[in-house]
Design a protein around this ligand. Sequence first.
Ligand SMILES: *Cc1c(COP(=O)(O)O)cnc(C)c1O
Length: 385
Amino acid sequence: MIYLDYNATTPCDPRVLEAMLPFFREHFGNPSSLHRFGQEARQMVEKARSVIARSIGAKEEEIVFTSGGTESNNLAIRGIAQALRKKGNHLVTSSIEHHAVLNVFRALEKEGFAVTYLPVNREGLVHPEDLRKALRPETTLVSIMHANNETGVIEPIEELSRIVHEHGAVFHTDAVQTVGKIPIQVDALDVDLLSASAHKFYGPKGVGFLYIRKGTRLVPQILGGHHERGRRAGTENVPGIVGMAKALEIAQDEMHEEARRVGTLRDRLEEELQARIPDIVIVSREAPRLYNTSLVLVEYVEGESLLLNLDFEGICVSSGSACTSSSLEPSHVLLACGYPHALAHGSIRFSLGKWTTEEEISRVVTVFPGIVEKLRAISPFGKAR
Ligand SMILES: *Cc1c(COP(=O)(O)O)cnc(C)c1O
């Protein structure tokens, strides 16, 4: 089996699992308990918080543990929009966000907020001038993702956040695809809030964090006890938090070498696919991009058919057109980039990672052209070759 869907989720690193196990067994205490079981768990949670804070150049009290990227985005966006509602009801985001951001804004629109969805260019980049023009006196929050999960394109966050801060608004970034892959420093990025999720960087599923810059007030979205300084109630996911910190530590140590190794494999994949298959587009090839991601558009065929045929060969990838309900909607990201429906339907995302090998890439570039040829021969979209 060949797994090339690391942007969807990553397997837990065995060293991470090892670090977590004692917290399911002997160290099972509730960090809120005053006895020694509790205090031991508390210490480990705070140690993890310190590791995570240090890795992104933040202070311990600026890190809030959550259940993952989706919750971090909800807390950041709803939390700020509600906290600043008296100041203004206009919010800005981009048209290529993950649904964990887009659907929060859609819900806020129903609750009476005005939302501007910024366009992107063909490469999937937000233009800073478009952001500047979208800002109004009543704009309180701007949320733009760091790297896109489908294309891997990295947005110019430093430039965007400077514009937002000159305007006096708050800036949030969904950095779920970048934390653990590229170095992140919250001061250099100049962001007020940043979302991350452990299962995207070889940690466990169901745990993440939100960075909240000191002095940024938000309305908590999960109510209960006074956990996380009143910003997120609920008994801490101690094994998850310990695992996330361990995963981030490993990522920091190995990031540089991984970028080089995986980047070389990704480039080879793209070069060979381009050479072996006519009429394909490699999305945003010239844009600043994550080194592990390759989004390929194959003319005259359906992404879903490509995916299923690859799966039959033991190669697991993702297709941009998420088959939600029964209607095949092409990816909103590709449509925002200006690709026509027909082309956007034929998208396949390869996302590589820590356990991707030369041999696996060789097998993909051997198998994939044949699948494309077979599907094109029976394609209702014509172009018999
Ligand atoms: C995976 C992902 C999320 C959601 O994170 P979960 O931890 O799975 O809830 C949000 N944003 C982006 C960009 C992602 O890739």
